[in-house]
Design a protein around this ligand. Structure first.
Ligand SMILES: C[S@@+](CC[C@H](N)C(=O)[O-])C[C@H]1O[C@@H](n2cnc3c(N)ncnc32)[C@H](O)[C@@H]1O
Length: 246
């Protein structure tokens, strides 16, 4: 539908009638040819904000899919880059695709739910791209809590989101229409497929992160066209108990 090697409309419909996990298992072999895969220019620009090669020890990419972000994260890490995803199929693709990823850091792929992780003070950086729409609004505080726990004091959560669009923007109504259709689908059909647009936008993300004790910086205008409307958010976990130098 989107590309010669991408999924057909029928395959996408089948995916949308499955659970998130099974849907992505079905989509995995063709995922790279869909617009759901975060484009490289977005990932490259985001990782430039993280720092130079070899500047951190360990990073975690949540909802890593086929490993697109891990490919950019690996050279930044001295020790390990971990990717977590619900879908075994997506992780299998990631394993293959990351075989020639630049860098020396160990690559670890874990099947799991981003909302149920128990990492504690293990990572310098946590990232997540293109997946907030799969987290229900009521679960967002839990996601932020999991991320905060996983980071070392001073560690950063780096991600891309957008400011709320104007209601004059036709895309706004398209997204609202899609969300309404998804709510109807989920009311009528089991298992649910959680995917909603316009979630975890800048104001909501800042509110939740600040409530969890992060210092939040929103960097606008860094993305190359056509991605310029997107913001890079860097949320730093405050080093608790750290004292200002005398
Ligand atoms: C649109 S894809 C994005 C993949 C990749 N991050 C990228 O940007 O190309 C969303 C991914 O999130 C995963 N996912 C959805 N909900 C999840 C959850 N609760 N925990 C872990 N992974 C999840 C899906 O299996 C899928 O691989």
């Amino acid at each position: 539908m989107f590309h010669r090697q991408g999924p057909t409309l029928f395959e996408l419909a089948r995916q949308a009638l499955s659970s998130v996990e099974h849907g992505y298992d079905l989509l995995a072999p063709k995922f790279e040819y869909t617009p759901f895969r975060t484009p490289d220019p977005v990932l490259r620009t985001s990782m430039e904000q993280v720092g130079p090669p070899g500047s951190i020890d360990r990073a975690l990419d949540l909802c890593c899919g086929t490993g697109a972000a891990m490919r950019f994260l690996r050279p930044l890490c001295r020790q390990e880059v971990v990717g977590v995803d619900l879908s075994r199929g997506m992780l299998d693709e990631a394993q293959q695709r990351l075989a020639d990823a630049p860098g020396e850091a160990r690559i670890t792929l874990v099947q799991g739910n981003a909302l149920e992780l128990s990492y504690a003070s293990e990572f310098d950086v946590v990232t997540s791209f293109g997946a907030f729409g799969h987290i229900l609004e009521q679960d967002e505080p839990r996601l932020v809590e999991v991320i905060s726990r996983a980071l070392r004091p001073g560690g950063r959560f780096v991600f891309v989101t957008a400011h709320p669009p104007s209601a004059l923007n036709p895309g706004y109504w398209l997204a609202k229409g899609f969300n309404a259709a998804m709510r109807v689908r989920n009311a009528l059909w089991n298992p649910p497929f959680v995917m909603y647009y316009l979630t975890f936008l800048v104001p909501r993300a800042c509110e939740l992160l600040e409530a969890q004790g992060f210092e939040v910086e929103v960097r606008d205008g860094l993305m190359p066209p056509p991605f310029t409307p997107f913001s890079i958010v860097i949320a730093t976990k405050k080093a608790s108990g750290a004292r200002a130098p005398p």
